[in-house]
Each structure stands twice: as structure tokens, then as C-alpha cells.
Design a protein around this ligand. Structure first.
Ligand code: PLP
Length: 361
């Protein structure tokens, strides 16, 4: 039989989560962010699931957008990093893509472009994230240049928040104030909110939401936040026990002997490791579920396997089902125990792990 490790993706849950995002800001439209292969869930499958209702999709780059066009997706697609070289203008025109413009060179390329039909542009201001975007004093001039281009049909004004996942953080108010001060008088739709701001910062909702991680069922605020219960988990990383043994006090498990048994311990070996995308930094105690019951990782994660504590499940045997994250084990909790975030777990799922899809409401 085939190796039992797989990711089960619940497409109906993604639809639920998109609707939940939109319900936070009635009247606003929402880009469904499907960059990085829809955070590891499969961009084509996710886009097809949302195509009938998504106002638009967002990806990082032209390559990701063309994958969706080739799959027959006809919704607007925003390129969050815009174009990287003028060569891409042709593909942009042909595939009707919407670029973000975040720096002067891109502005030159777009203003000099020849297009078969006008296209919209999203113009980005750097209000304090200090990653991409025009400085606030340069923003109005960039806006005016785009407005003067006959082939630019619409300019959407956008910025990105650095600390929206810490609702009390003063940076968010400062960024919002900066954005209204420098974009305030300019006509056009506004877009500010990532998932965290969709959930916790109504002042940032504007006209276009940009939910990403929340579509995939993980709240940016941790499992204590009410949104953790409102969102439905979408990716279930599952495997099986392939070996079970009993160890005596003093015996150690796996590489480096990191976990040493202090009592008689039943250990289960699971067919999933860091080469599947499970975090190698998972500490002893990281949650997992065997036969639907909670347990913990003990011992260091290896490339193809990891080990779990079965002491409370004396009946457990090879072939029994294991969930590493999903509806029983929150990806956020696995991430927290591994010094990372659910974003990295989802996007790090490896090619070796087959994805199976279900879509039942
Ligand atoms: C990735 C991204 C988002 C989505 O962020 P989440 O935290 O996943 O909701 C929104 N806006 C921009 C510009 C992004 O790059």
C-alpha cells in the first residue's frame, strides 16, 4: 500500500471562511489571496471553489496568475508585487491582470506600456511597513501620472499594515492616519486590510478586503480568539502509525535522544517528518491526535517520521490514524509549539504529500 501521509483539504470550509471574511465588512469587496499555491492548498482548486463569488483573486506574481488563467479562472487577478520586468507587460495585457505599482521603475514601465485595452492598477503607499510602496510624499505624484495614462482605467489606493495582528499596537493607528493624510483627497477605492485587520480593525476595512490566512481557517490571533471558532479548518495533515513499541524509564527516543522516558512509555512512530513539511523544531509536547484522541510529540522530528506518546492508548497499533493538524489539532497550536506560524506550516507542505479534496457543505 501507498505511504499513508496526505493532506485533506475541505473546500466547503474555504467557501465558508471567504463568506465570513466578507460578512465582517458588508458592502466591501474582497480579494481572495491565493498566492503561494493558495497557502499550500492548491491555487487552482481553491480558485475554482471561490470563482463564482470571489470579487477578485490576489497572487504574488504573473506566473501564479497565468496558472489560474490557464485553468479557466476569469475573475480579476491582482499581482501583489506587480511586475518584475517590462517583458511581463505583454502577458499582463493578454491575460488581463491587475498589477500593484509599488516603486518608480514599475511606474515608468506601466506608463510607457502599450495595451490593447485599458487596465486597472493598484497603487501602494508605504505607511510604515517599510517593505513596498511609494513614500507618502511621493504618492500623489505617482497617482497623477497613472491618472494621466489613457490605458489606465482605474487606480485603487492601497497600503499594508505591519502590526494588525496585535490590535492594541499603536503602529496601526499611525499607519491609518498616514494613509488618510496622504491619500485623503484622491478619488478611488481603498484597500488596507489583511486577515487580521478584517477581523479586528473596522477602521481599515475600506473598499477592498485582502483576506489570506483566514480563508485557510487559521486566525492570526491564536486559538483563544473568538474567530478561531468562527473559521473552519481547511487543511488536515494526516498519516498513520507505522510502528509501536514500549520503552522503559531511562530509554531515549530518536536522534540526539532528546526525549528520555521517565516512566514506562508506549511510543508510536508516525509516517510524517520534516521532508513532508512538518516542522523539525516541534518541541516535546507539540499536540497531535491518534485515533481522534489528543496526544503529544515526544522526541525530535526526523525527515520521514516522528514519534508520539501512546502511553494513554495501550490499544493503539500500526495502521491507526494520526492527525498532525486540522480540525482536532489547530495548526496555530502546532506552529506555536514549533516557534513558527500557521502560514509557514501550510505553505511548507511538501510535494511528496498528495492533496485530496472534499467539497460538502
Ligand atoms: C499576503 C498578503 C495579504 C494576506 O495576508 P493574511 O495575513 O494572510 O491575511 C494581504 N495583503 C498583502 C499585500 C499580502 O501580501
Amino acid at each position: 500500500m501507498a505511504r499513508p501521509t496526505r493532506a485533506r483539504v475541505d473546500l466547503a470550509a474555504i467557501r465558508h471562511n471567504y463568506r465570513y471574511a466578507k460578512a465582517q465588512a458588508p458592502g466591501a469587496r474582497a480579494l481572495a489571496v491565493v498566492k503561494a499555491d493558495a497557502y499550500g492548498h492548491g491555487a487552482v482548486a481553491v480558485a475554482r471553489t471561490l470563482a463564482a463569488e470571489a470579487d477578485a483573486f490576489a497572487v504574488a506574481c504573473t506566473e501564479e496568475a497565468l496558472e489560474l488563467r490557464e485553468a479557466g479562472i476569469s475573475n480579476p487577478i491582482v499581482l501583489l508585487e506587480g511586475i518584475f520586468e517590462p517583458m511581463e507587460l505583454q502577458a499582463l495585457d493578454r491575460a488581463e491582470l491587475t498589477p500593484v505599482v509599488h516603486q518608480a521603475e514599475q511606474l515608468d514601465w506601466l506608463c510607457e506600456a502599450r495595451a490593447s485595452k485599458p487596465f486597472p492598477v493598484w497603487l501602494k503607499m508605504d505607511t510604515g511597513m517599510h517593505r513596498l510602496g511609494f513614500t507618502p510624499p511621493d504618492f500623489a505624484a505617482a497617482y497623477a501620472r497613472l491618472k494621466a495614462c489613457a490605458h489606465v482605467s482605474e487606480v485603487v489606493l492601497m497600503t499594508h499594515l505591519a502590526c494588525a495582528d496585535e490590535p492594541e499596537h499603536p503602529a496601526t493607528q499611525a499607519q491609518l492616519a498616514c494613509f488618510s493624510a496622504h491619500a485623503g483627497g484622491l478619488p478611488g477605492a481603498r484597500s488596507i486590510a489583511n486577515s487580521a485587520a478584517v477581523l479586528a480593525c473596522p477602521a481599515a476595512h475600506g473598499d477592498w478586503l485582502r483576506p489570506g490566512i483566514m480563508l485557510y481557517g487559521a486566525t492570526p490571533f491564536g486559538e483563544q480568539h473568538p474567530s478561531a471558532r468562527a473559521l473552519r479548518p481547511t487543511m488536515h495533515l494526516e498519516s498513520e502509525l507505522i510502528s509501536v513499541r514500549g520503552l522503559a524509564p531511562g530509554e531515549a527516543i530518536g536522534y540526539g535522544g532528546r526525549f528520555v522516558c521517565t516512566a514506562p512509555t508506549r511510543v508510536g512512530v508516525v509516517a510524517a517528518g520534516y521532508a513532508d513539511g512538518y516542522p523539525r523544531h516541534a518541541k516535546d509536547g507539540t499536540p497531535a491526535a491518534v485515533n481522534g484522541k489528543h496526544t503529544r510529540i515526544i522526541g525530535r522530528v526526523s525527515m520521514d517520521m516522528l514519534t508520539v506518546d501512546l502511553t494513554a492508548q495501550p490499544q493503539a497499533q500500526p495502521g491507526d490514524p494520526v492527525q498532525l493538524w486540522g480540525d482536532l489539532v489547530a495548526a496555530n497550536d502546532v506552529a506555536a509549539a514549533s516557534d513558527t506560524i500557521a502560514y509557514q506550516l501550510f505553505t511548507g507542505l511538501s510535494r511528496r504529500v498528495p492533496i485530496s479534496y472534499s467539497d460538502t457543505d
